[in-house]
Design a protein around this ligand. Sequence first.
Ligand SMILES: *[C@@H]1O[C@H](CO)[C@@H](O)[C@H](O)[C@H]1NC(C)=O
Ligand SMILES: *[C@@H]1O[C@H](CO)[C@@H](O)[C@H](O)[C@H]1NC(C)=O
Length: 363
Amino acid sequence: NPHCHGENMQTPHRRTPLHHRGPFNSSPSTPVVCRYIGALGARVICDNIPGLVNKQRQLCQRHPDLMQSIGEGAKEWIKECQHQFRHHRWNCSTLDRDHTVFGRVMLRSERRFVYAISSAGVVYAITRACSQGELKICNCDGQKRGRASDDRGNFDWGGCSDNINYGTKFAKAFVDARERMVKDARALMNLHNNRCGRMAVKRFMKLECKCHGVSGSCSLRTCWLAMSDFRRTGDYLRKKYNTAIEVTMNQDGTGFMVADKDFKGSTKNELVYVENSPDYCLTERSAGSLGTAGRVCNKSSRGTDGCEVMCCGRGYDTTRVKRVTKCECKFKWCCAVECNHCEDLVDVHTCKPHKRPDWLDIT
Ligand SMILES: *[C@@H]1O[C@H](CO)[C@@H](O)[C@H](O)[C@H]1NC(C)=O
Ligand SMILES: *[C@@H]1O[C@H](CO)[C@@H](O)[C@H](O)[C@H]1NC(C)=O
């Protein structure tokens, strides 16, 4: 298939808005550019994705079309990660030259969050691709047939229910493959956090319905299960990150225990970590820290985005920049809003670079 090489392999980025997924609108609207990639093509593609372990390469060769969804998913979860940490020293940035599916710098830092959100991202992307008919191997959830009921009464399953079970199953096989290579505390922790990520997507599945019946009386309903916006998963995992639980490895290396002897309860739905994070003040690539030199900070905030915290006490530089905003907006009959462009000057504060210790200057 000549369309399956190089850039042409990308499917156009498209999302079916949720409200288009009702029973009368459930077939995918855009043709899939590359549904079939020959065995040779798959080999070439999979051999050229850096950073896959053997098992992942095998899965890639068997399901090259799923790799595309995973790649699109990665853009999405990285964006979500950066949104969640935009006000923090660690901001989920990737190296520009890092073309691996999971940014290398990120994998080394804040693992509990990165593992959870990346595996959630894979679940999300695969599940969505199934529903949109982009993949050979899966489709809408075939189990959601016939009648069912919720707290509002009976309904008929219809339309396309998101196949979260398939997405979860594949994400487990693919994402966990990397951790199954070694058996140590870190691998166990990663597997645990991967699972939390997968479950987070499932947690926010929601029932969407269309009403039928006399003049919208809603006496008849057709419903389908749909994933919520990925932001919900991001917000949830971010909260879990804040309350993550420190664990240590069992004596025999088969599991982990909570470090705090007084901890009561279950870690089942909590993110866990085995080592504390660095402070991310300095550039330290081996720890996945890019430092905060040059980061924009907020002078009036006492939080993590405040200059004091963000700049680690090194101080900040202030530059005055011109800002153009819309102003003096007027409503014009009918129906437009007309605005002027106003300019004002605002101070932008950025963290100073780390100063070399004085003793280095004494020669
Ligand atoms: C994150 O921080 C690094 C330096 O610490 C900076 O170069 C990068 O632009 C920031 N990324 C985002 C998305 O804010
Ligand atoms: C800076 O922080 C203050 C206090 O938290 C907040 O009110 C303000 O909106 C922030 N400014 C920006 C530009 O984020």
